[in-house]
Design a protein around this ligand. Structure first.
Ligand SMILES: NC(=O)c1ccc[n+]([C@@H]2O[C@H](COP(=O)([O-])OP(=O)(O)OC[C@H]3O[C@@H](n4cnc5c(N)ncnc54)[C@H](OP(=O)(O)O)[C@@H]3O)[C@@H](O)[C@H]2O)c1
Length: 263
C-alpha cells in the first residue's frame, strides 16, 4: 500500500523520546519531512542523529517547544510552514501528568495537567488549521492512553484530561470534515518507553516489590503477553495520518495487545 507520505510536512510534538520519537522515525522512513519538537535541544539533536543513522534518507528538522507555552507552539508551526511550505500532519503528544489519586492534587496540579494534556492539543490544532484549511486536506492525531476506555488506578489527572481529548476530537471531526481534515485519537496500552518504566517503578516502590516483578505481572495481564514496542504503536499512528486514510475520522484506536476488554 502506498501511504503517500513522501515529502509531506509533519509535526510530531514531544518527540525526543518514546512514542513521539518512534512515530517521527516511521514518518521519516516513509519519506515525509518531519519536524520534531520537545523542550530539550540536546535530546532533539541526539534523536535526529539516531534516526538519521537508522534511516539515512530522513528529512528531519527540530524546534524546541514546551507544549504548555502558546508562543512556543506558534513559533513551531511557523517554523514548519517556512521549512516545509505547509503543514499536512499534526501529531499531538506531550509528557504524562504526575501519578496519584484525588486526594493528592490541589488546583495547581489540575491546572497544569489541563494545560499539558488537553489545552496544548487545542492550541496546536488552532495553529495548524489555517494551513490545512487552505489546502483542503490534513490529518491530525492525538496521543492519549488506554485510559480513555478503562481508567487506570492512581492516574486521576491522566484519566480526566485524556477523556477530554476524545470529546475534542469527536467534535472537531464533525466541524472539520467539510475541509477534508481527518482527526483521530490513539491510545497506547503499555508500550515500553521511559514513561512506562517510571510508572512501573512507582508501583513497585509502593507495593514493596521489584520492578521486574511488576513488569512480569503486568505482562501476564496483557493477552499478547508482553509490552508493545514503540514502533508497533507508531505504525498505527502513521497509517491514520497517511493518504491511505481518506475516510476514518473521529475514531479512537487502542494499541494495547488486547489489554482493555471494554467494547
Ligand atoms: N508508553 C505508554 O505505554 C503510554 C501509555 C499511556 C499513556 N502514555 C502517554 O503518552 C505520552 C507519551 O508517552 P511516552 O511513553 O512516549 O513518554 P516518554 O518516553 O516519557 O517521552 C515523553 C516525551 O515528551 C516530551 N515532553 C514532556 N513534556 C513536554 C512538554 N511540556 N513540552 C514538550 N515536550 C514534552 C519529552 O521531551 P522533553 O523532556 O525534552 O521535553 C519526551 O520527548 C505521555 O503523555 C504518556 O503519559 C504512554
Amino acid at each position: 500500500m502506498d501511504l503517500g507520505l513522501a515529502n509531506k510536512s509533519v509535526i510530531v510534538m514531544a518527540a525526543s523520546k518514546g512514542l513521539g520519537k518512534a512515530t517521527a522515525q516511521q514518518f521519516a522512513a516513509e519519506g515525509a519531512r518531519v519536524v520534531i519538537a520537545s523542550r530539550n535541544e540536546a535530546e532533539l539533536k541526539a534523536t535526529i542523529a539516531e534516526i538519521q543513522e537508522n534511516t539515512p534518507t530522513s528529512q528531519l528538522f527540530y524546534k524546541t517547544c514546551d507544549v504548555t507555552k502558546p508562543a512556543d507552539i506558534k513559533e513551531l508551526v511557523q517554523f514548519t510552514a517556512e521549512t516545509n511550505g505547509t503543514v499536512d500532519v499534526l501529531v499531538n503528544n506531550a509528557g504524562g501528568p504526575p501519578a496519584g489519586g484525588f486526594e493528592k492534587f490541589e488546583d495547581d496540579a489540575w491546572q497544569k495537567a489541563f494545560e499539558l494534556n488537553l489545552l496544548s492539543y487545542v492550541r496546536a490544532i488552532r495553529e495548524v488549521l489555517p494551513y490545512m484549511q487552505q489546502q483542503q486536506r490534513g490529518h491530525i492525531i492525538n496521543f492519549t492512553s488506554s485510559s480513555i476506555k478503562q481508567t487506570l488506578d492512581n492516574l486521576i489527572l491522566s484519566n480526566t484530561f485524556r477523556a477530554g481529548v476524545v470529546g475534542l476530537a469527536k467534535s472537531l471531526s464533525q466541524e472539520l470534515a467539510k475541509d477534508n481534515i481527518l482527526i483521530n485519537t490513539i491510545g497506547p496500552g503499555r508500550i515500553a518507553t521511559d514513561r512506562v518504566a517510571e510508572l512501573d517503578q512507582i508501583r513497585a516502590n509502593s507495593l514493596g516489590i521489584s520492578y521486574e516483578e511488576i513488569r512480569s505481572n503486568t505482562e501476564k495481564s496483557i493477552p499478547i503477553g508482553r509490552y508493545g514496542k514503540p514502533e508497533e504503536f507508531a505504525r498505527q499512528a502513521v497509517f491514520l495520518c497517511s493518504s491511505a486514510n481518506t475516510y476514518v475520522t473521529g475514531q479512537t484506536l487502542l494499541v494495547d495487545g488486547g489489554l482493555v476488554k471494554a467494547l
